[in-house]
Ligand binder design. Structure first.
Ligand SMILES: Nc1ncnc2c1ncn2[C@@H]1O[C@H](COP(=O)(O)OP(=O)(O)OP(=O)(O)O)[C@@H](O)[C@H]1O
Ligand SMILES: [Mg+2]
Length: 150
């Protein structure tokens, strides 16, 4: 089953991310897809804040993975938009089992490397401040997360 959430502004997306964070568990994987500027990084900011990470979250476009270790669980923030240029996605899968939370922007670009069990969230632009988020949980544990939050 898919779930749908309408975000009326940036704050809505931040709050939603915080609510999902409250259902976190080690090795959670969240895959974010959607056009440029639809709020994927905003989501990561909300999640990171809820984890207790005080550093500023910036898009890791040129580094692929940014690791934050000051929160309740480690956060691995990936943006794989430019990965093809690097032609080096060796090592990405290792992060899924390090006991932290992995959140991947543009995850569809590494579809074959994603774990079977994960939460996909697609961000759709509606108008300047409105986004529709479509949640697709893969696996019971992620279905439970969606049931609790949405
Ligand atoms: N409802 C909303 N939810 C999230 N962001 C919103 C919303 N309405 C407006 N915005 C704005 O949209 C922009 C989203 O930028 P963000 O960097 O999160 O996009 P992105 O999806 O990560 O893009 P990219 O693919 O370039 O990484 C921000 O400037 C934010 O203020
Ligand atoms: Mg981004």
């Amino acid at each position: 089953m898919d779930y749908r959430f309408t975000s009326k502004d940036e704050m809505d997306t931040l709050e939603l991310a915080q609510n999902i964070e409250s259902e976190k568990f080690p090795n959670m994987v969240i895959c974010l897809n959607g056009e440029l500027g639809t709020g994927k990084t905003v989501f990561v900011k909300g999640f990171a804040q809820a984890l207790g990470i005080e550093e500023t979250i910036t898009s890791p476009t040129f580094t692929i993975v940014k690791e934050y270790d000051t929160g309740e669980l480690p956060l691995f923030h990936m943006d794989v938009y430019r990965l093809e240029e690097h032609k080096d996605n060796i090592g990405i899968k290792d992060y899924f089992t390090k006991g932290g939370i992995t959140i991947i922007e543009w995850a569809d670009m590494i579809e074959n490397d994603l774990p079977d069990e994960r939460l996909d969230i697609e961000f759709r632009f509606v108008d300047e401040n409105t986004r529709v988020l479509i949640f697709k949980p893969h696996g019971k544990i992620y279905e439970d997360v969606c049931n609790s939050v949405l």
